[in-house]
Design a binder for this molecule. Structure first.
Ligand SMILES: C[S@@+](CC[C@H](N)C(=O)[O-])C[C@H]1O[C@@H](n2cnc3c(N)ncnc32)[C@H](O)[C@@H]1O
Length: 212
């Protein structure tokens, strides 16, 4: 909602989100404590665009919040596809469920109230597209846990990999979140099973595609 002039310009000349997504963005700003966690219009259009290119049958989202990015990713699902979105915070559940129910994807989206690590340990589903957007300190653990849930060709998108720019100066920013995001970036960049590109979109998005 409150983006930089460059982001506002990019948003103006991109496809626009649905009225349901705009309503969800407004509701999130009114009813949640940290509304800036929401992906927002521009990143949402990118997630939708990429999901349509991948045309996934199975999508996993780690970190639902109020459901904005889940609804964007669902736009690319195959007709018989399914999106599973996991969040451990019961306070966001009612907003997310309300907006999933209002959407045309309500029968395809499954919201799971759980700790992400527990969810990943408790099933063996293989996903075509994964959006990683939960606890930053656990990013590297999530990544390692996610690998058995991928196939060659699976695309993982990780959010907040620039962490407000703090990863650029680790001597000044040696808090646990910054170090964890940096450790994740380092491990992903060295992992030969994946090709990757880190883009300076919003707070940084890395596209990580399994190639072997
Ligand atoms: C940045 S928000 C997700 C934003 C959402 N993907 C979007 O773009 O609109 C991060 C979410 O991760 C959830 N989260 C944090 N730690 C978690 C954990 N251990 N397991 C599951 N969800 C977690 C939080 O409750 C929060 O809703």
């Amino acid at each position: 909602m409150f983006d930089s002039p460059i982001e506002a310009y990019c948003r103006q000349f991109s496809s626009q989100p649905s009225s349901l997504l705009s309503e969800l963005e407004r509701t999130t700003y009114i009813r949640s404590v940290y509304p800036k966690m929401l992906s927002g219009a521009l990143q949402g259009r990118l997630l939708s665009f990429v999901s349509k290119l991948v045309a996934p049958k199975k999508i996993l989202e780690i970190g639902t919040f109020t459901g904005y990015s889940a609804l964007c990713l669902a736009e690319g699902l195959q007709d018989d596809g399914e999106l599973i979105t996991v969040d451990s915070n019961p306070e966001i559940e009612s907003i997310a469920r309300l907006f999933f129910e209002k959407s045309t994807y309500c029968s395809q989206i499954k919201f799971i109230l759980s700790d992400a690590a527990d969810y990943l340990a408790g099933n063996d589903t293989i996903f075509d597209l994964i959006f990683l957007d939960a606890d930053k300190r656990a990013y590297l653990d999530y990544f390692n846990q996610l690998i058995p849930h991928t196939h060659v060709g699976t695309l993982i998108i990780a959010d907040n990999v620039l962490w407000g720019g703090k990863v650029l100066d680790l001597e000044k920013n040696h808090d646990r979140d910054t170090l964890a995001v940096h450790a994740f970036n380092s491990a992903v960049s060295e992992d030969v099973r994946f090709e990757k590109v880190l883009l300076p979109v919003r707070d940084g998005l890395t596209f990580i595609r399994r190639i072997r």
